[in-house]
Design a protein around this ligand. Structure first.
Ligand code: NI
Length: 482
């Protein structure tokens, strides 16, 4: 029996033990590559797939609100039928029963693999009820040659392939997670358990399994994921499983990652990461800012105004080329809570269109101007697939006449997982950035984009994110999310 090595692919295990001591010997230089997070599921840009449309179920009219989105593949109608059936079944179950208490269902999707032979679609569901939230992930695998969906068991070789993989997952849980959440996960684990239907692959070919989570039972919203290393998982895969792995791990040439959703390769579960964000641009000082960021190998997130993006498309392209994330800050900077639904939709959609014209892609994040949002704004964002990204560190750069105080505010208040708010339309802000980068780099921080800061946690449409700062020390033994 080979000795199986198990990666520490459990986010909560990193956070429970990692903060404070996370600065490893190689983390001192800005931009130094660290291996990607072992549980990071590879995704493929749907824009590169011909004849792919997005279908939605959007119902905000009753106490049971639904926002579901899933892909429809023109070339693979059987897969489309299966996805439609699964999503509508879930929506149907959600709508039945007690309708007097408010609840919300979100269904989001990602393309986890796409090749001539195999397609993988991951559906993430999140139910928000008074008693708590429940989340789950399932991956639908599809054999394009046979025009049929592939059961998880068929991805594995022999009659006991699934049992053996389940054993490896169980071992990973036991070794890496000394917590109540582990015990709960172990209790529900078996070859037929829903967790095994989430099976996906990382870019390196590790097998990733994600557990369903009900925080009212587990006491945490943290996603529990396990990575079985490629060298241990490969011998267990069937020919179908290997083709699924290849479709996920090595994207075919026509498929490129969505630059608007770039996550970089920094493992923020193990390193000290901060996301610098710049709003309201691009403006006359933005290119100088890009020069500075390049000099320090720092990545940032730009929440741009659509009207400015349209004026400076070459700057937007440069941002993406240099590894930064570009996202939506509305077209003209209104307070979204004070305008009509139609106006808000238009502010967001017009900016998405402008970004798509420049980059070929829309964005995945919205920063509402003034940080002003409510349920209506969250709904408008969800309809366009945007998550709401706020901040935990406000430099108040707009009221500061000189760079010194801006840099001090950013550096004093930043902690691992912080999102720092700045504005690249101000000369003084751009002047402050070299100081910020010098001071943060000296403290072993890595400057990353917002998606990179969250690593393999999906940023869900319509949900709000302020920082990925780990929980307070007293909570360390019970991983807690958000
Ligand atoms: Ni703004």
């Amino acid at each position: 029996m080979p000795r199986f090595r198990v990666l520490a692919g459990v986010l909560s295990a990193f956070l429970a033990s990692g903060c404070g001591s996370a600065a490893s010997s190689d983390s001192g230089q800005a931009g130094t590559s660290v291996p990607p997070e072992p549980t990071m599921i590879n995704t493929v840009d749907p824009a590169a797939v011909d004849d792919l449309a997005v279908r939605t179920v959007d119902d905000r009219s009753s106490t049971r609100r639904v926002h579901a989105a899933y892909p429809a593949f023109g070339d693979d109608p059987e897969l489309t039928r299966e996805l439609t059936r699964r999503v509508h079944d879930h929506v149907g179950r959600f709508r039945t029963g007690d309708r007097t208490t408010p609840a919300e269902l979100l269904v989001a999707w990602k393309l986890t693999a796409y090749s001539e032979r195999t397609i993988g679609v991951r559906l993430r569901t999140r139910e928000v009820r008074e008693e708590g939230r429940r989340s789950a992930a399932r991956t639908v695998w599809y054999d394009r040659a046979a025009d049929r969906t592939i059961g998880t068991g068929e991805l594995l070789a022999g009659p006991d392939g699934l049992d053996r993989l389940t054993e490896l997952v169980e071992r990973a849980l036991r070794e890496k997670l000394p917590s109540r959440q582990r015990d709960l996960a172990l209790r529900g684990l078996g070859p037929d358990s829903p967790a095994m239907d989430s099976l996906a692959f990382s870019r390196q070919g590790n097998v990733i399994v994600e557990f369903d989570n009900d925080p009212s039972v587990s006491g945490t919203e943290r996603r529990l994921m396990v990575a079985v290393p490629r060298e241990d998982a490969d011998p267990l895969l069937s020919p179908l499983g290997r083709s699924a792995r290849d479709a996920a791990a090595g994207s075919p040439p026509q498929v490129v990652p969505n630059p608007a959703d770039r996550t970089g390769d920094t493992d923020c579960a193990g390193a000290r990461c901060v996301a610098l964000t710049f709003d309201d641009g691009p403006g006359p000082h933005t290119e100088r800012l890009l020069d500075t960021l390049a000099e320090w190998n720092a990545r940032a997130t730009f929440f741009v105004l659509g009207k400015n993006a349209e004026k400076r498309p070459e700057v937007i392209r440069r941002m993406l080329d240099e590894g930064h994330a570009v996202a939506n800050h509305t077209w003209s900077h209104p307070r979204l809570t004070e305008i009509s639904d139609e106006q808000a939709d238009r502010e967001l959609a017009r900016t998405e269109d402008a970004l798509a014209r420049v980059t070929g892609h829309g964005s995945t994040m919205l920063r509402p101007p003034y940080g002003a949002y409510d349920d209506r704004v969250a709904g408008a964002a969800a309809r366009l697939g945007l998550s709401l990204v706020l901040w935990d560190v406000d430099t108040r750069d707009w009221e500061n006449p000189s760079p010194g105080p801006i840099a001090r505010k950013a550096v004093t208040h930043a902690q691992p997982g912080s999102i720092v708010l700045m504005h690249d339309i101000h000369r003084t802000t751009v002047d402050a950035v070299p100081h910020i980068l010098r001071l943060l780099t000296r403290q072993d921080y890595r400057l990353v984009t917002v998606p990179e800061l969250y690593g393999s946690r999906d940023l869900l449409p319509g949900q709000t994110y302020r920082s990925n700062v780990p929980p307070a020390p007293r909570d360390r033994n019970i991983p807690v999310d958000e």
